[in-house]
Write a protein that binds this ligand. Structure first.
Ligand code: G3I
Ligand code: 9MR
Length: 538
């Protein structure tokens, strides 16, 4: 029986799913404190679930709305994981998904005081990083700090800016989330929001990646991926790789957003950042088609993207809100983006939504006609996605499981949650909740997709520190990539024959295509959790 292993809010829709050979008719719910049956329900008719490749029946127990601990029982013998009904179901995970960024810090030791069990030595000081010959430059620059992108040790401007930008948007919408002292990080106690402090650790690195002419270097990595070793053991030389248009516009967007949010803590720094952002914009406009390709001696993540228009829209939006300059508004009005969601959006093109959400939320000095048009497009997209969620097997937004389908599931919910602030339809809210139910166990794998959270969750993520630190439990708070029907790792990983799309996942270290973790797979999560909490607490 699959269900949200973290539980349900008292008033929310509650659906569990049972995989059956023989159809069942009824189910009951046991109160674990008293041992009594508190609800008897009728199972829905069985259906062939295409994406999970199973015969399933759904169990609706929404009528149960009393706080407590329960278990579902079917046929007198099949039991679910124990689960909770309560208002605090997401409190712990809300902390741990944000804390995961601390564990990804480059160039600093993770101490026991802040990192507990997962303390480790500092790796990759990056004080002197050589230019790769393909940049046409000699020498080295200092490019310290930042977060490791994922299970690897690379630092990529595209994905780093995007993930940090999505977190920053979350703080703009929910400024009371993660106040000072909430995350137990080294900066706790400095009177600044803890997540903002964490994001600044990434911003300090990203700011170093700009060339004198305004263009931004695409990434900082070794030539190939390291083995499964700890950060401090990975000492192969790292290089600054060539510039790209997408990195430059992502940089412009993020630094402009960061400048605005950091202004009240350090006005001088904010001024430097906003100048950097504008210089980046200027370079990007002159050089919109500089595409990054790995040089022939480099095989680390490419984050290849030959279309910089989405990044440019995001940059224009943030620059306009931060500076009020007309040139950015002109660009916005002449380039309103299509908001139809395509699977695999994310680091490549989801940033256009961040631009739109920021404009819709800040509103200042944007012509009403433009705002209305953006709202209209957002609603069309959200309606379509909500319908999909209502249709697909486990009420998740995805039917095409690509690399990091968990990122798609969440970004779809992110769109719908934003549409809810324009039109507060209950079906939007329900679609967000059911996406979270999927993430925490209501799926064809029967696992919670977040490390350290739920009754059963990934133990062998493709994360070099988790693999090599000799601690059994993985570093907590990471969303894994999830089912990926592309199975690009099938040379290293055995998948069952005829595996279904939603089951194309293996909890083994080697499965970099389904079981890695990554900055941008955790960045939608805080927003979604807070949305669910806000709209459910009584
Ligand atoms: O766009 C096609 C789609 O048309 C097709 O139907 C589908 C079939 O599987 O593939 C789609 O493209 C995939 C693309 O992701 C978008 O989902 C590619 O096959 C797949 O190889 C590609 O994977 C990327 C992966 O790097 C390999 O390059 C991921 O998006 C990207 O998130 C991931 O990023 C890595 C960094 O390079 C290095 N650091 C870790 C990070 C996470 O794994
Ligand atoms: O380990 C790498 C992982 O961190 C990257 O995200 C992934 C993206 O391409 O690649 C992994 O490295 C694999 C490589 O691409 C292909 N050969 C096997 C490598 C993992 O053992």
């Amino acid at each position: 029986i699959r269900l949200n292993q973290l539980g349900y809010f008292p008033k929310a829709l509650k659906i569990a799913t049972i995989v059956v050979n023989k159809e069942i008719t009824t189910f009951s719910i046991i109160d674990l404190k008293t041992g009594e049956e508190v609800l008897n329900g009728k199972a829905e008719d069985k259906k062939e679930a295409q994406l999970s490749g199973e015969t399933i029946q759904q169990l609706d127990f929404s009528a149960l709305n009393k706080v407590g601990h329960y278990q579902i029982k079917c046929d007198n013998e099949i039991y679910s994981y124990p689960f909770k009904i309560g208002n605090d179901i997401y409190d712990k995970v809300l902390q741990s998904v944000a804390k995961s960024y601390y564990y990804q810090r480059v160039g600093t030791a993770i101490t026991e005081e802040y990192g507990g069990l997962w303390k480790r030595k500092a790796g990759h000081p990056d004080h002197q990083v050589l230019f790769h010959p393909s940049t046409g430059k000699n020498g080295a620059i200092a490019s310290a700090k930042g977060w490791y992108d994922a299970g690897d040790f690379g630092k990529y401007v595209t994905n780093g800016s995007f993930a940090a930008g999505q977190l920053l948007y979350t703080l703009e919408e929910y400024p009371d989330l993660y106040p000072d002292n909430s995350l137990n990080i080294p900066e706790s106690g400095n009177d600044i929001n803890d997540l903002l402090d964490e994001i600044k650790y990434e911003a300090d690195w990203i700011a170093t990646m700009q060339d004198r002419d305004g263009g931004v270097f695409h990434k900082l990595t070794t030539k190939s991926f390291a083995d499964a070793i700890m950060p401090h053991e990975a000492t192969e030389p790292r290089f600054i790789m060539p510039k790209s248009s997408v990195a430059t516009f992502d940089f412009a967007a993020f630094m402009a957003k960061m400048a605005r949010n950091y202004q009240k803590y350090d006005a001088n720094l904010a001024k430097t950042w906003i100048t950097q952002a504008q210089n980046a914009w200027h370079w990007g406009v002159q050089n919109p088609d500089v595409i990054f390709k790995n040089p022939s001696d480099v095989v680390t993540g490419e984050y290849g993207d030959d279309d910089s228009s989405q990044e440019q829209f995001w940059a224009a939006s943030e620059l306009y809100i931060s500076t009020g300059k007309k040139q950015y508004l002109d660009f916005i009005q002449n380039n309103l983006p299509d908001l139809t969601y395509t699977y695999g959006d994310g680091w490549k093109s989801f940033m256009r939504y961040l631009g739109v959400f920021t404009l819709l939320s800040e509103k200042s000095d944007i012509p009403v006609r433009t705002l209305k048009e953006l709202e209209k497009r957002l609603i069309v997209s959200a309606d379509d996605l909500t319908k999909r969620i209502q249709t697909y097997d486990y009420q998740q937004g995805v039917n095409d499981f690509q690399w990091a389908s968990n990122s798609d599931v969440q970004n779809i919910a992110f769109i719908i949650a934003n549409a809810y602030s324009i039109s507060d339809k209950q079906e939007y809210a329900d679609a967000v909740y059911s996406s979270l139910n999927y993430l925490f166990g209501h799926n064809a794998l029967g696992i919670s997709m977040v490390t350290g959270v739920g009754s059963k969750s990934p133990m062998n993520i493709h994360h070099r520190a988790s693999k090599s630190d000799s601690i059994k439990a993985p570093v907590p708070g990471f969303v894994c990539g999830g089912p990926n029907y592309g199975r690009q790792d099938s040379n290293d990983v055995e998948y069952p024959k005829n595996v279904s799309p939603m089951q194309a996942y293996r909890d083994v270290w080697k499965s970099y295509a389904s079981n890695e973790v990554c900055l941008n797979w955790n960045s939608p999560t805080p927003y979604l959790l807070q949305f669910a909490i806000d709209n459910n607490r009584m």
